[in-house]
Design a protein around this ligand. Structure first.
Ligand SMILES: CC(C)(COP(=O)(O)OP(=O)(O)OC[C@H]1O[C@@H](n2cnc3c(N)ncnc32)[C@H](O)[C@@H]1OP(=O)(O)O)[C@@H](O)C(=O)NCCC(=O)NCCS
Length: 311
């Protein structure tokens, strides 16, 4: 069996019926342990997500017509330069023949022709074969979580900082996130500096796509946008002490704007932030929160001073 015995197709919704019938990741036996991923994938494959362009790059045997390999990719209207890549699969009997490599190449050339510059993906550290394939094609490890989940990103140098740093002369708008924001938010939160910051809310990119793993009904969320593009993100969860806020962005103004919006809409807002985190402390103060107490705490195994801010 050789990779050139197959044709490589870029499929758009509505996906062909025989493809959906074969698609492995909407099968309950494959994703039995991950009901949330299953329901999210069913939405992508069967119904579509508003503002998001989901496609499947799929390999089909030329003679038999059987589907044998696929990867999902997703681009949203709010950040057309950034794409998700995931749920990569080649039938066992066809592995090692170059099908997976050709699926990736087809995906890369399709996205590049449309102006996509960043492609991010989640995988597992133990999947050396997949990591090797990605690494040889330009992806680099971005972040890992203690359970072995890793993110890899393929992007031009400096893109992340440029993308999420708003123009200081233009206004920011805040509102609750839309599905079309999720691709950018996953990218924003898939960086090392994001992990510790949103740790109290369990909202880090290293836990895989926040767009479908996080419980959006369990907290209030706000996005700050400039020109429609997300640049900062915040969340507030109810605790027995009030509403704990947390926010992430690369610069002060974006963080302050999401904190301000959240603090206005939740009861008894407070935030806890490391004493050394000057950027976020300044943003909280910009949003009219004031320092209340400082305490020693153990966060992710390290003892640190945590400053509590209240309104
Ligand atoms: C990962 C997967 C999609 C690859 O598909 P495939 O058709 O076997 O891929 P190819 O034959 O094109 O390429 C295999 C690559 O692995 C390398 N490889 C082959 N056997 C290997 C081994 N035992 N260990 C490490 N690398 C190996 C090859 O050198 C080739 O790399 P290259 O193209 O950079 O030279 C397929 O193995 C699969 O479906 N695995 C299970 C699901 C999975 O792990 N998905 C990825 C989740 S991120």
């Amino acid at each position: 069996m050789r990779g050139d015995e197959f044709g490589y197709h870029v499929l758009e919704p509505p996906f062909p019926e025989d493809f959906v019938a074969w698609y492995p990741y909407v099968r309950r036996d494959v994703l039995a342990d991950h009901p949330r991923w299953l329901s999210w994938l069913e939405r992508v494959v069967l119904h579509g997500v508003p503002g998001v362009r989901d496609r499947m790059i799929a390999a089909r045997h030329r003679e038999s017509g059987e589907w044998v390999g696929v990867v999902w990719t997703s681009v949203s209207v709010t950040c057309p330069e950034v794409a998700h890549f995931g749920w990569f699969y080649v039938e066992d009997r066809c592995r090692g023949a170059g099908v997976g490599g050709r699926v990736i190449e087809t995906c890369l050339s399709t996205l590049a022709a449309e102006g996509v510059r960043v492609i991010m993906l989640p995988t597992q550290l133990e999947n050396e074969r997949a990591i090797g394939m990605y690494y040889r094609r330009g992806w680099e490890l971005s972040i890992a979580d203690p359970t072995g989940g890793v993110w890899m990103v393929r992007e031009p140098a400096g893109f992340y900082q440029r993308y999420f740093t708003p123009d200081a002369t233009r206004p920011l708008q805040t509102s609750t996130p839309e599905p079309a924001d999720f691709v950018a938010l996953d990218y924003l939160l898939s960086r090392p500096q994001a992990a510790i910051r949103l740790l109290p809310l369990g909202l880090t990119g290293s836990r895989r796509f926040i767009s479908f793993v996080h419980d959006w009904g369990g907290a209030e969320h706000v996005v700050a946008r400039q020109g429609g593009k997300p640049v900062a993100f915040g969340a507030a969860v109810r605790t027995d002490r009030g509403s704990q806020l947390d926010a992430f962005g690369l610069e002060r103004r974006g963080i302050a704007s999401v904190v301000r919006a959240l603090a206005r809409s939740v009861p008894q807002p407070y935030a806890e932030v490391a004493a050394t985190d000057g950027l976020r402390r300044a943003a909280l103060e910009d949003a009219q929160l004031r320092l209340d107490t400082v305490r020693e705490a153990v966060v992710a195994g390290a003892t640190m001073s945590l400053c509590r801010y209240v309104r």
